[in-house]
Design a protein around this ligand. Structure first.
Ligand code: SAH
Length: 336
């Protein structure tokens, strides 16, 4: 499917026809043009030829089926992974924004792949449409989106925002802006641009360390965007939008999980932001090579230090480890 061509192909059509075709793909989630009987046959034939609706993807289910992973192949043969997570009546799609990732975080499987290219808006949407179709068979829909798959969304800002506008469109996928979250390793320009967006999506910062010394070891991007710059941009974001920011923090055994780190993290957040407008999400580390995961006891102790300091702290669900669909395990494996 090449959704990017949709507008060009529909350009010569009357507005209502174009709208009908758009809604067929994004609202009714049609799987081929033949079933869109409201459109004239000759237009359906053109659309079938130019934008076949088939999505080239393999889907893997986890044993408990709380998550599905999809390996999606695009026109040039490159692939990304996307994940559907199901819990508490929510169906959250974790989308990729790039093929590979240039940020090279030392703990992340995607980082090891290197960077291939940005995804187009259509390719980002395709990942949502794919799971939307699967859910429709159960009379359900995609309710939430997180940009936490492969890639750094703020290095592909325009395509990510174009995809978000279409996701949000009430005549299409109709996913509320408040149900859409962008996670960034701290690209300051991206945070600043987001402040001025009319659509107020959620912002998550992958922090993972309370000091530049440790963070730069884990995340090379920290050298260009140190914690101070990120926190200043986040402060502007919360002041302007009055929206809460989530700080993601992977718990890596003996690396960033000491009580001392927790105290430093609490201090960092308290000294910069109003506690009402920030919270920490502790993420269980999914080992991908050199590091190990913190023990549940350590995570609990770390959380206690934060909570006692007044910083709201949650723990992330663990989805899809059996199918290598968990955070940082997305590597577009060709052998699956
Ligand atoms: N580039 C963006 C979005 C992709 S990563 C970002 O950095 O936020 C989505 C989340 O998964 C980030 O918080 C990332 O740091 C985390 N992550 C990466 N590798 C992981 C791993 N092996 N285990 C757990 N979380 C991981």
């Amino acid at each position: 499917m090449n959704l990017d061509k949709l507008e060009t192909i529909l350009a010569g059509q009357p507005a209502y026809r174009a709208e009908q075709a758009r809604q067929a793909v994004l609202k009714s989630l049609a799987e081929n043009w033949d079933e869109v009987v409201g459109l004239p046959k000759d237009l359906r034939q053109i659309l079938e030829k130019e934008i076949p609706l088939k999505i080239d993807a393999k889907i893997f289910a986890s044993p408990g089926a709380d998550s599905l992973k999809a390996l999606v192949t695009f026109g040039d043969g490159l692939r990304v992974e996307s994940v559907l997570m199901r819990h508490d009546n929510r169906n959250t799609v974790c989308v990729s924004s790039q093929v590979g990732c240039p940020m090279a975080c030392s703990f992340c499987a995607t980082g090891k792949l290197g960077f291939k290219r940005n995804l187009t808006a259509g390719e980002i949407l395709e990942q949502v449409v794919l799971f939307g179709r699967a859910l429709k068979r159960e009379n359900q829909r995609v309710t939430n989106i997180v940009f936490m798959g492969m890639g750094e969304p703020f290095l592909n800002y325009d395509n990510v925002m174009a995809a978000i506008r279409t996701m949000n469109d009430q005549k299409g996928l109709n996913i509320g802006a408040r149900h859409i979250s962008i996670s960034t390793c701290g690209i300051v320009e991206g945070i600043e641009k987001l402040i001025d967006e009319p659509l107020q999506v959620n912002l998550a910062i992958s922090l993972h360390a309370p000091s530049d010394l440790l963070r730069s070891k884990l995340m090379p991007a920290n050298v260009k965007h140190p914690i101070d710059d990120i926190m200043k941009a986040v402060l502007r974001y919360v002041k302007n939008t009055n929206r809460r920011v989530m700080f993601e923090y992977i718990m890596i055994d003996n690396v960033n999980d000491s009580d001392e780190c927790a105290r430093e993290l609490a201090e960092l957040i308290k000294s910069r932001l109003s506690l009402k407008l920030a919270f920490v999400n502790l993420i269980r580390y999914n080992p991908t090579g050199i590091y190990g995961a913190s023990s549940p006891e350590r995570v609990k102790a770390f959380k206690t230090v934060l909570m006692e300091a007044g910083v709201e702290t949650t723990e992330r669900y663990r989805f899809g480890r059996e199918i290598k669909a968990a955070c940082g395990q997305l590597a577009g494996d060709k052998n699956q």
